[in-house]
Every structure is written in structure tokens, then in C-alpha cells.
Design a protein around this ligand. Structure first.
Ligand code: 5GP
Ligand code: MN
Length: 335
């Protein structure tokens, strides 16, 4: 990691400031874990640090230390505007394009605060004054660990360790994905030493499903289809199916991964209808060198990492599936 940049960051936070920390919309374990770890670190250094999430997030993340102080833009627009306008530094974590924060975008863009981006997605957009962009690193939490370790290793307490462990665990598929390196494991070892309880964290994230979530999974798996002649499967959930299982944000998390457990499958896709936002939200997971991010970017307004990407379509579910199959055939012919 670039030490000059870390020093610059150290200078920026050398005296107490009003700081805003922002994760991407629909924040996941890595986005919230990194924001909360940074918040604890900054508060211990006497900064006034607030996390503003563009919207709500799933219940399985609502136990993270400090989570109850997170302000949701979708529910507190006026408060958020005043906090951002009165702040002097904005950290944006786990994304690299202001489009990923929805309507918060304009407020952040117009703010005079210095902006610091810390992220591990590819192709960062230029908008930050200081940029920590490391697509080769497993998670934003791993980057935050590296930064804090350089700035003040003794400050890594139980809260910080718990938040960082959570983000590294969720973004590496519990240390399974190829992004998991020996450095990742060394960091995990230090986080455990400093108080992270891996087994308890795993239980809280993965073993607190509701019965409805499992019923939804069974519907989803029942809907799985193989794309003819391609190493691709897709699954769908329409609004009726979601309503039947009292769908809540986060309930479909992880479903798409099941497709990759089939022998020979290189790409698994889930399409989820959202009648309220009038979109079909899509997630892509791939194995090996199939660039899920390029596919999502080219055809479905999205992006992400090579093996995990997302996007959306404004057509209805049937039309989106038809389009998807045409696009897959085009794309596989090219690569
Ligand atoms: P998920 O499928 O879990 O929503 O997202 C997987 C990855 O793709 C994440 O790294 C996420 O940041 C990225 N991603 C998801 N949705 C979008 C999107 O609409 N646009 C872009 N650029 N990236 C996305
Ligand atoms: Mn991440």
C-alpha cells in the first residue's frame, strides 16, 4: 500500500474534525464493517464521525458494534444534508463511483469537504481528493486494516477487530475466494488476537435466517434454469414469490452462489423483480476468468469485480430474461 498516501491521510486527521463516512447503497458486510471500523478509530481520536448509509440494510448486519448510530439518508434527508454541509471530510468506502449512492450523490458532489475514497472495485471514477483504490485486495476492510495498522496499530480494539473481521469474512465468502491471500489470513489472525470472535461472527451473519428466507430459497432453487449450450444458469424471483415469503432486504443474499456449485457452471445469475423501483435487480457470480463485471457493465448498467458483479434492467422480468440470453450468447461468442 502507498505509504505517502497513508501519511497524507494521517495529516488530514491529525486534529479533531467533523467527519462523514458513507458506504454504497444496499451496504453489505464489507461496506458497513469498514465504515464502522473507521468510525470507531476516528472517534477514539476525538473526531466527530457519523456514518450515513444511503438506505437500510439487512437485519443480519444489525448487531455490528456501533451499528445503531448509523443514519439512514432514505429516512432522514434533512438531517443528512445538514451533517454533510457542516462536515469537513467525507470518506466514501467500498465503492468508487458516486452513482452507487443513489440520491445522496448530488449532496456529496456539491459538498466542499475533502473526499477520501477507500475501495477495492475496478475502474475508479475520479472524484476524490485522496484515493485508496486496490482491486487486488480482498475487501475494503482489509485495506482499512492496513491503513489503521500504519497509523496506530495499538488502536485496533475489539470493536474495530469485530467490524473488520466481518467485512473480510463476507467479501471472501468466508475465506474461500481467490482474493484470499496469506496477508488476509495474517490480518485475520491479528483481528482474532485483538478480540474478534470468528465463530460468533459467523453465527450472527449466516445462521440467523428466518423460515421465510429458507422458503424463498426453495422457490428460487426450484426456478433455476440452464442456458442452452452455455456454462450458465439463472434463477428468478418475481414479486408474487417475494411477497408470499414476506421478502425483506437481504433475504436473497447468497442465493446466486448456489448456481456455481453445479459441475461445469462458470456463471450464475439471479434476477429479482422490484415492482416498487420498477427494476429487475441482477447479481452475477462467476468462476475463473469469466468477467462478470464486464458483462454487467456492458448489458445491465452495472459493474463490480471479475467474479462478483451486479446490475439492473428496466424491462419486465420476461423481457429481461430474453435479453439476458441473447446477450450471453453474444458475449460468449466474443470471449
Ligand atoms: P451483489 O450482487 O452482491 O449486489 O453485488 C456484487 C458486486 O457487484 C459488489 O461488489 C457490488 O459492489 C457490485 N454491484 C452490485 N450492483 C451494482 C450496480 O448496480 N452497479 C455497479 N457498478 N456495481 C454493482
Ligand atoms: Mn467490498
Amino acid at each position: 500500500m502507498n505509504e505517502t498516501k497513508i501519511k497524507k491521510l494521517g495529516n488530514l486527521i491529525s486534529s479533531p474534525k467533523k467527519i462523514v463516512i458513507i458506504p454504497h447503497k444496499n451496504p453489505d458486510g464489507d461496506a458497513l464493517g469498514s465504515c464502522l471500523a473507521l468510525m470507531h478509530f476516528l472517534k477514539n481520536k476525538s473526531h466527530d464521525a457519523n456514518i450515513i448509509s444511503p438506505n437500510d440494510y439487512p437485519n443480519f448486519l444489525k448487531w455490528l458494534p456501533g451499528e445503531n448510530s448509523i443514519i439512514k439518508f432514505s429516512k432522514n434527508k434533512k438531517l443528512v444534508k445538514s451533517i454533510i454541509n457542516n462536515g469537513s471530510l467525507i470518506f466514501v468506502l467500498d465503492f468508487n463511483d458516486l452513482n452507487r449512492i443513489g440520491d445522496l450523490n448530488d449532496i456529496v458532489k456539491d459538498s466542499k469537504s475533502k473526499k477520501i475514497m477507500i475501495d477495492h472495485h475496478e475502474k475508479p471514477k475520479k472524484f476524490a481528493d485522496l484515493e485508496f483504490s486496490y482491486p487486488e485486495i480482498s475487501s475494503t476492510c482489509e485495506i482499512i486494516y492496513n491503513i489503521i495498522e500504519k497509523l496506530d496499530p495499538l488502536s485496533i480494539n475489539k470493536n474495530i477487530s469485530t467490524c473488520l473481521y466481518t467485512g473480510i469474512m463476507t467479501d471472501t465468502g468466508s475465506f474461500k475466494y481467490p482474493s484470499t491471500t496469506d496477508k488476509t489470513h495474517k490480518i485475520i489472525s491479528k483481528l482474532i488476537k485483538n478480540g474478534a470472535e470468528g465463530s460468533k461472527i459467523y453465527e450472527k451473519i449466516y445462521n440467523e435466517f428466518s423460515l421465510n428466507k429458507l422458503k424463498l430459497l426453495s422457490i428460487c432453487l426450484n426456478n433455476i434454469k440452464k442456458v442452452e449450450k452455455l456454462p450458465v444458469v439463472y434463477m428468478t424471483l418475481n414479486q408474487n414469490e417475494l411477497d408470499k415469503c414476506f421478502f425483506k432486504k437481504g433475504d436473497s443474499e447468497g442465493f446466486v452462489n448456489y448456481g456455481l456449485s453445479i459441475k461445469g457452471i462458470k456463471l450464475s445469475i439471479i434476477l429479482i423483480e422490484n415492482k416498487e423501483e420498477k427494476i429487475i435487480k441482477m447479481s452475477f457470480r462467476s468462476k475463473g476468468n469469466f468477467p462478470a463485471n464486464l458483462f454487467a457493465e456492458k448489458f445491465f448498467n452495472g459493474g463490480g469485480h471479475i467474479n462478483a458483479a451486479g446490475g439492473f434492467s428496466k424491462e419486465n422480468l420476461t423481457e429481461t430474461v430474453t435479453e439476458l440470453i441473447i446477450n450471453l450468447n453474444d458475449f460468449f461468442n466474443e470471449v
